[in-house]
Design a protein around this ligand. Structure first.
Ligand SMILES: C[S@@+](CC[C@H](N)C(=O)[O-])C[C@H]1O[C@@H](n2cnc3c(N)ncnc32)[C@H](O)[C@@H]1O
Length: 416
């Protein structure tokens, strides 16, 4: 890649201001390079590779299998399937801030297609693939989403015409492209939403209309990290395979990691120059500590609900705890996961880096967005090692499956 191409590629992921900052030049200079008005100095190519695109060349070759990443968010599901040797050939995500994080972390070649709104993509324009991945939006089905929609008098589930019908975009792509397998992820409440009717429809479409062999299971992220996070994983195979959930290896809950594994160490061992910690010991910045006003409010609110016999309130954790589910609303008051700082200091929120760790992203994962955006993105994402474990048991069946079979098998019952 020549320097101009490197500049163009950087500008697909970062704003001109960010590119300029990283290279120590004026944004106008970047603009002139983009327009080919001036020629960058020779060292610029190297600086771009090191500071903006430190990923090496984009993946080449087919990989063990080809997959598409729908409702990609920040790529949690992709991360897990790439680790199993898959090659992503198509991504769809419409939120520009999620796209920014995604592009900062995944390097794709020119043959990869990035689409925005999936409802606007014709299924014939989706490249051929072996595995379809989709963590389709959960708000129409989640307990919090449903009660909010009810309170606003808005429809939920499939009746929510903007978000509730996205499953049917997934199914039309499966129908047209007939991938060997798919993995869909959603909140546990999908099973019981609308007295089980929503889930029955989904399974019926996958199994009886599309003819896939469907297996589903609720898995708690707590097996792999210190967070209670139950999600339903639905996998389907076009051909009959010996896939079984019995192959899943879920670490024993009694020995699963505690919050200490994600919290900043604050002992100097994390080095300097991180945006969330400061000083020789790497102390978490004061801005993450709750103000007296917010802390008083949360305590009073919890006391009021306790008196009424309700379980609402904040969740206080120490390094020995596990925590509640991180939600996309964490940026609001952080009440579901507050880190105790002893009796003389108010508790604090998790930093975005701690949220990334909680979701199983490693510390190389880049967070190029504001704290508010980062909290939303991690709250919407998956526990990466959960998907990793499911991918591990799925992939052998993809590779062994016969090359092509468009025949739809007879009706089958889904296996839990
Ligand atoms: C539950 S999140 C999925 C998160 C993802 N699994 C991850 O690991 O980050 C659903 C995502 O779907 C995106 N989305 C919702 N409607 C969409 C649409 N019509 N087209 C493309 N993306 C959409 C949202 O912006 C959100 O990032």
């Amino acid at each position: 890649m020549n320097t101009y191409e490197l500049i163009d590629r950087s500008l697909q992921r970062f704003s001109p201001k960010e590119v300029a900052q990283a290279l120590g030049v004026d944004p106008k200079t970047v603009r002139r390079w983009q327009l080919r008005e001036t020629e960058p100095k020779p060292y610029i190519a190297d600086a771009i590779r090191q500071r903006l695109l430190p990923f090496g060349d984009p993946p080449s070759g087919e990989g063990k299998f080809r997959f598409i990443d729908l409702f990609a968010g920040i790529g949690g599901i992709r991360t897990a399937f790439e680790k199993q040797g898959g090659r992503c050939v198509f991504t769809s995500e419409w939120d520009p801030y999620a796209v920014k994080t995604y592009r900062a972390n995944f390097h794709d070649g020119p043959d990869h297609v990035f689409a925005s709104d999936i409802t606007k993509v014709h299924e014939d324009d989706v490249p051929d693939h072996d595995v379809l991945l989709a963590g389709f939006p959960c708000q129409p089905f989640s307990i919090a989403g449903v009660s909010k929609k009810n309170s606003l008098g808005r429809p939920h589930g499939f009746s929510d015409k903007t978000q509730g019908t996205l499953f049917f975009d997934v199914s039309r792509i499966i129908d047209a492209k007939r991938p060997r397998a798919f993995l869909l992820e959603n909140v546990k409440n999908l099973i019981s939403h609308d007295k089980g009717r929503t889930f029955s429809t989904i399974i019926d479409v996958l199994q009886n209309e599309l003819g896939y062999h469907v297996h589903y299971r609720v898995i708690n992220g707590k097996h792999f990290g210190p967070q209670h996070r139950e999600r339903i994983i639905i996998v389907g195979f076009r051909d009959e395979t010996p896939f079984t959930w019995d192959d899943l290896e879920l670490p024993d809950l009694a020995v699963s990691p505690r919050m200490g594994s994600v919290l900043h160490k604050q002992d100097g061992s994390e080095g300097r120059g991180h945006p969330y910690i400061d000083g020789p010991k790497g102390k978490v910045l004061d801005k993450y500590t709750l103000s007296d006003k917010l802390w008083d409010y949360l305590q009073n609110y919890a006391a009021k609900h306790r008196d009424k016999g309700n379980g609402f309130g904040f969740g206080l954790v120490t390094s020995q705890s596990t925590c509640r589910t991180l939600s996309a609303r964490y940026y609001k008051d952080g009440s579901e996961i507050l880190v105790s700082q002893g009796t003389r200091k108010n508790p604090r929120r998790l930093t975005p880096r701690e949220c990334a760790r909680l979701m199983g992203f490693d510390d190389n994962f880049r967070i190029p967005v504001s704290d508010t955006r980062a909290y939303k993105q991690f709250g919407n994402s998956v526990v990466v090692p959960v998907i990793g474990e499911v991918a591990r048991i799925m992939v052998p069946h993809l590779i062994q499956a016969p090359a092509s079979s468009s025949a739809r098998p007879a009706r089958k019952k889904a296996k839990r």
